[in-house]
Ligand binder design. Structure first.
Ligand code: TYM
Length: 336
């Protein structure tokens, strides 16, 4: 029996943090033996906000190295760069022409990012979820493992696919297969260290708001020491009045590998002064092997190039036939 396929990606727009790891990469690693995985660096998405051309390629390589450092295994997964597969941009255009404009105004991420951009909002920031739909549908994955913040984009993808099949498929013979989001219960929404009601994000102006996967131990210690808490003694999960407490206990659970019950029992009587060193130690210990592997990969000349060259070939072998199928269904002549 052929394995089901998963597809996911991350924008190479800055240092990856615990949210990216716990919401996405860790899950890809945990399930990779059961799926055929296609994982990419979304470098076409990275230019929807102003970017530094001297850093784009380097950041893309860094994300690829981080996928491998976190445990992605090339026996199960294909890692590739979005812009190396031109079919992404072409399918995005085809989808853009069947996507009603008002479906895009509703996207929460667009509104959040557009506010930060002021006057200079690029059209690409609005149409970005359509490119994401194209990224996904070129590979017709069964599942798309992402963090909670991508749910709305996956719903839009499903709407675009349904609309496409309705217009260009035959009754009971859809052209494209509907993908399912895969969002894990724990870690799907890691919150900022400086405000437990806001998501941890690469674009937060304060570096103290996040733990980056490459932060050295002393910086992790400083960030946890300074992170926002509350004046209540006794630490519990799930209290809506204590968002920081829930977030930090969840981080401790995921970094230490302990169960929720174990953490709840261990921390029930604790104060923050006792808890913070535990979280610090667990986080440093969890990230150490990832950091060591990352630097080893970055120091191996030519290795990432060969991984990405191979990835491009494997990705195109799936993406190009899908693009042809879509173009044929839309009425393009594809025989030349
Ligand atoms: P990006 O680069 O913002 O985030 C990459 C992944 O990390 C997850 N994530 C989080 N999870 C938990 N808590 C957080 N605080 C947190 N912050 C980020 C995201 O949910 C995501 O899974 N549009 C996408 C990239 C993309 C994509 C795709 C993803 C482009 N095409 C196709 C899947 C399929 C993005 O900007 O992710």
């Amino acid at each position: 029996m052929t394995q089901q396929r998963i597809l996911s990606g991350i924008q190479p727009t800055g240092d990856l943090h615990l949210g990216n790891y716990l919401g996405a990469i860790r899950n890809w690693v945990d399930i990779q033996e059961s799926y055929d995985s296609f994982l990419f660096m979304a470098d076409l998405h990275a230019i929807t906000v102003p970017h530094d051309p001297s850093k784009l390629a380097e950041n893309t390589y860094k994300v690829a190295a981080m996928y491998l450092a976190c445990g992605i295994d090339l026996n199960h997964a294909t890692i590739f760069v979005q812009s190396h597969v031109p079919a992404h941009a072409e399918l995005a255009w085809l989808f853009m022409c069947i996507t009603p404009l008002n479906w895009l105004d509703d996207m929460v991420q667009f509104k959040e990012k557009a506010i930060k951009q002021g006057e200079a909002v690029a059209a690409g920031l609005l149409t970005y979820p359509v490119l994401q739909a194209a990224d996904i549908m070129l590979y017709e994955p069964d599942k798309v493992p992402v963090g909670e913040d991508q749910k709305q984009h996956l719903e839009l993808t499903r709407d675009i696919v349904n609309s496409f099949n309705h217009r260009f498929g035959k009754p009971k013979q859809p052209v494209l297969k509907l993908p399912e989001p895969m969002i894990r219960a724990e870690g799907a929404r890691v919150m900022s260290l400086t405000d437990g009601t806001k998501k941890m994000s690469k674009s937060d102006l304060s570096d103290l708001s996040r733990i980056n996967l490459l932060d050295p131990p002393d910086l992790i210690q400083t960030k946890i020491k300074k992170c926002k808490t509350d004046p209540i003694k006794g630490l519990t999960f799930g209290d809506p009045e204590r968002p920081e407490c829930n977030n930090l206990l969840t981080l401790y659970m995921l970094m230490s590998g302990k169960s929720k019950d174990e953490v709840a029992a261990e921390c029930a009587e604790m104060g923050w002064g006792q808890f913070k060193p535990l979280l610090t130690e667990a986080t440093i210990a969890h990230l150490k092997p990832i950091q060591d592997k990352y630097y080893a990969i970055m120091n191996e000349p030519g290795y990432l190039e060969s991984v990405l060259k191979d990835g491009k070939e494997k990705a195109e072998a799936i993406a190009n036939p899908t693009l042809l199928k879509v173009k044929k269904a839309m009425g393009y002549s594809i025989s030349v």
